[in-house]
Design a protein around this ligand. Structure first.
Ligand code: ATP
Length: 929
């Protein structure tokens, strides 16, 4: 069978009936395409990819760099400095060995360099985003060569049969083959926020608008409910989404609160420095009593230097790099950050609300118990291998001898959407692990799902949802139609009237009901996840909306108890979490006793802790819920909408909440949470879209690891802000002191200041950004996310350090000015070298430098050594001397610089020592970071 060359985009698929559609696409609804057909079609249609919507052009990115206010100010400084040089040149005052317009050229070079760095960073960021998009490209379940498998969305070709279920993002346009309760949100295409119902059996008019083509599904839309299979009609740029260019949502890269505060700080500093310039010029002119060209020139030079000194030119780049590195470290620990602000705020999380299944447990279910009313079986066997023994009171039995057990096994196999398969890697399941465990159980009882589902094909269904906590399928067999139902035992039991006893039916008396519920509790208390299974003969296939009336008067088959072992690493993570002042909370759809058993094992709940069920929660008012929220560490039998209420109540109590979720209906709670966390493996596309972070391994321990990284990032950001801004304050004060002290020249040129701010401060600051975690990082309570970056002593430290730094340098400047010829180079060198000692001392707030392992941050050692070497080159290499306006220092001059520089290191160390003694005497806590 070879495929016909089609121009699929021109065909009005919605007007065709099913048979015609399958025929036109040369496909087969039973078997799917063959591998050779797939290869042939991939040649013909290409990959199922949308051409990237054009982002900003390189030119635009480049131009955007120069709208930064700090760079604009530097450009202004360069121009004014150029004008001064030009006037001097015309007047013939310029020194013979001076390079004309040196400052202007150098500042412009730094502007270009800074701009190019920004440009490179942004282009990199765009590339990283594109890579992220690829990573999050949806996976699709398809039927090919009679087998179900999961492939990348981009590998779909027209004619493929794809399976859709609630939560998936549709990866290509298609014609529905069958659909059960299918609802799709098509807002990406039609703008309509509500979900629309779909129906495979319809054929609609040619001119029906897109939103009403109920028999088609479209790429980029989201399945919000139900299940379906569909035949792919169009892929790539031929899909409806592809036709509307530029509609692709881009992955968000909003500035973090810190970046916003930094750009505000930039504005304040720039305006502040402009005010300083005006004040210095006017004040100076008034002092000399009128206009004087020489004085004006000097004042303008001082002002320009101060303007450049006050602005931390290197800071934005260091912040960006730190956040980027933080994101990278988090990915290495399996946490993918989708929204950059999360990197910074993760460290402030006070409460982690986690799902149970898959996050706290392994999500590898194995049925261990089957409880019929009259027989309680124990089942053995490992993993998904459909072989194992049934034991009754310690004796192995033959499951074929128990007709009620056989009936339950048939129900487990047919009321089921997952597939058990065997390949070279052994047995595995495709689909939900709970259902997988049931297919395996059926296999152990001698019921093979695949041939059975051909004998008894599915004719209808009421799909599973976390709200309904049950599902039913309707099959047709020799004895007519039959409905199998499974779900939460309490709910299923309520719908039953009779029970299966051997081959016959018996009445469910109140005593038997109580006994079943007791058994359910017993199994749940052992930590097992328990489902109830039931059956009902039907005369015909009920309509989709008749679930309430149909799922009644059922016959009870039995309880199935499966073990979902807790993840071992989570126990330790919970402990770390508690030590770090973070409260873990379990939220689960499962039974409260199952939840309690697992929560107790993991350390989430202690003896006597309160459990709140969804039903109880429903009856609480918002105020009541807020009152109780502090005592509850387990929420059981909850629905996704309860999650939203829980987050809101916690937030009202001032908590900073991280919340996990995987289903479509979890999206509102994920959006509401301060950090919404989606599951990378089991999560639906919709939940990922709503999240701030995706757990690549679905593991609770990863959340704790990411929180730790968040704390490290925040601490490091505070550390280098302290380092950079403290130095800026020092520089400004030193420059301002010069005219006050009556010095004849400006101590630092704009070029030297730029060098310090960008290179000699910038390199060590970058190294401080990768400082490893301090030992106490997860032993202290979280900080308030709304706190100012300058809180907890950071602001006062900066000012204190800046003033002392300036005082030490000014004393040195006074001595040098009077006794040494190269006083300006001495000031320049002292400011640079003092910062090297500062960088080493600032690594810890509480530990002295000698107590730290110097090699635990080798980057800092490299940065300090390289920066010192560069500074010495500037002082001693002649071409650099000419360019930066330095002079070679004599041995004595250099020794004086080093001596004064060392004072700053000693100061910071003494401060730590003083704090330590003070806090020990007065029993106050040291300011941890
Ligand atoms: P968590 O929220 O911790 O992930 P969960 O995965 O158990 O918990 P749901 O998937 O919403 O939460 O399941 C809720 C309940 O619905 C289960 O306890 C079970 O009784 C029932 N249930 C789960 N899966 C199925 C299924 N495939 N068919 C029928 N009932 C199910």
């Amino acid at each position: 069978m070879s495929s016909q060359p089609l121009s699929n985009a021109d065909i009005a698929w919605h007007t065709l009936d099913l048979a015609k559609t399958v025929d036109l696409l040369s496909s087969d609804a039973e078997t799917g395409l063959t591998e050779s057909q797939v290869a042939e079609r991939r040649q013909q249609y290409g990959l199922n990819e949308l051409e990237e919507a054009k982002g900003r052009s390189s030119w635009e990115i480049l131009l955007d760099q120069f709208t930064n206010i700090m760079l604009l100010m530097l450009i202004a400084v360069a121009i004014i400095s150029g004008i001064l040089d030009a006037i001097e040149l015309r007047a013939g005052d310029a020194a013979a060995n001076e390079i004309p317009f040196k400052d202007t050229i150098a500042i412009l070079a730094i502007v270009v360099l800074n701009g190019s760095l920004g440009y490179l960073q942004e282009s990199r960021a765009e590339k990283a985003l594109a890579a992220l998009k690829k990573l999050s490209s949806p996976r699709v379940r398809v039927l090919r060569d009679r087998k179900f498998s999961e492939i990348d969305g981009k590998d779909l070709v027209p004619g493929d049969i794809m399976l859709l279920e609630a939560g998936v993002q549709v990866a290509a346009d298609g014609r529905l083959l069958d659909a059960a309760n299918l609802q799709v949100r098509e807002s990406a295409l039609t703008g309509e926020a509500h979900s629309v119902s779909k129906n495979a059996n319809l054929v609609v008019e040619e001119h029906t608008p897109l939103g009403d083509r109920a028999n088609l599904i479209f790429q980029g839309t989201e399945v919000t409910n139900g299940r379906a299979t569909a035949l792919v009609t169009n892929t790539g740029m031929q899909t409806e989404l592809g036709k509307i260019a530029g509609m692709l949502q881009s992955v968000e890269s909003e500035p973090t609160p810190l970046q916003q505060r930094m750009s505000q700080l930039g504005n304040v500093l720039v305006s502040g420095s402009l005010v300083l310039v005006v004040l210095v010029v006017i004040g100076g002119l008034i002092r000399v009593g009128g206009f004087n060209w020489v004085v004006l020139r000097q004042l303008v030079e001082v002002s320009l230097s101060m303007a450049v000194a006050v602005v931390p030119e290197g800071l934005p780049a260091v912040v960006t790099v730190t956040l980027a590195l933080g994101t990278r470290r988090m990915v290495r620990r399996h946490a993918l950050i989708r929204k950059l602000p999360a990197v910074e705020t993760l460290g402030s999380v006070t409460t982690i609300c986690s799902d149970k299944t898959g996050t706290l447990t392994q999500n590898k279910m194995v049925v261990q118990r089957v409880d019929l009313v009259e027989h309680h079986f124990t089942v053995s066997g490992e993993g998904y291998i459909p072989q194992g023994d049934f034991q009754l009171q310690g004796k192995t039995i033959n499951p074929q001898d128990y007709p009620d057990l056989q009936k339950l096994a048939i129900a487990c196999a047919l009321c089921n959407d997952s597939v058990l398969q065997h390949d070279k890697d052994g047995w595995s399941i495709l689909g939900d692990p709970t259902e997988g465990a049931l297919v395996v159980l059926a296999g152990k009882a001698g019921v093979d799902k695949e041939p059975l589902s051909r004998q008894m094909p599915r004719k209808g269904e009421f799909p599973f949802s976390s709200e309904r906590k049950r599902m039913s399928t309707i099959v047709s067999g020799e004895a007519g139609f039959e409905m199998f139902t499974k779900g939460s035992p309490e709910l299923i039991l309520e719908c039953c009237q009779t029970y299966q006893a051997g081959e016959t039916l018996a009445e469910l008396t109140p005593e038997i009901r109580t006994a079943i519920l007791q058994r359910n509790n017993d199994l749940a208390a052992e930590g097992l996840r328990v489902l109830g299974v039931a059956v009902k003969p039907l005369n015909d296939i009920p309509p989709l909306e008749a679930e309430e009336t149909t799922e009644r008067e059922l016959t009870w088959l039995g309880l199935v108890g499966m073990l979902d072992a807790p993840r071992q690493e989570v126990r330790d993570a919970v402990k770390r979490c508690k030590e770090a002042g973070i409260r873990p909370i379990m939220i689960t759809g499962d039974h409260q006793l199952t939840a309690r058993a697992i929560a107790s094992y993991l350390g989430i709940a202690q003896e006597g802790d309160r459990i709140l069920t969804g039903q109880e929660l429903q009856q609480l008012s918002t105020e009541e819920l807020e009152q109780h929220i502090g005592e509850v560490s387990i929420y059981a039998r909850v629905s996704p909408e309860h999650k939203l209420r829980i987050v809101q109540a916690l937030q009202h109590r001032g908590k900073f909440v991280a919340m996990t979720g995987d289903g479509v209906n979890d999206a509102p709670a994920l959006k509401q949470a301060d950090i919404g966390i989606a599951m990378g493996i089991t999560g639906t596309d919709v939940s990922k879209e709503a999240s701030d972070m995706v757990l690549l391994d679905d593991n609770f321990a990863t959340i704790v690891a990411a929180t730790e990284e968040g704390r490290v990032v925040y601490t490091n950001i505070r550390r280098f802000i302290k380092y950079i801004l403290g130095s800026n304050i020092g520089e400004v004060l030193v420059i301002a002191a010069a005219p006050i002290m009556g010095l004849s020249q400006v101590p630092l040129t704009p070029l030297q200041i730029l060098w310090m701010n960008l290179v000699t401060d910038g390199l060590p600051a970058l190294a401080l950004a990768v400082e490893p975690a301090e030992p106490n990082v997860m032993k202290r309570p979280p900080y308030d996310p709304r706190e100012s970056i300058f809180s907890r002593g950071l602001g006062s430290y900066m000012v204190r350090f800046g003033v002392i730094f300036a005082a030490v340098t000014i004393v040195m400047m006074g001595i040098a000015y009077n006794y040494f010829p190269h006083w300006q180079t001495m000031v320049f060198t002292t400011l640079c070298i003092a910062q090297m000692g500062h960088a080493l001392a600032i690594r810890s707030n509480s530990q002295l430098t000698i107590e730290l392992n110097p090699f635990s941050n080798p980057y800092l050692l490299i940065a300090v050594t390289a920066t010192t070497a560069l500074q010495l080159m500037l002082v001693y290499v002649p071409p650099l001397q000419a360019f930066f306006g330095t002079n070679p220092l004599t041995g004595t001059e250099l020794a004086i610089c080093l001596g004064f520089s060392a004072l700053m290191f000693v100061w910071v160390e003494l401060e730590k020592l003083f704090m330590r003694i003070f806090s020990a005497r007065h029993s106050v806590a040291l300011p941890l970071d």
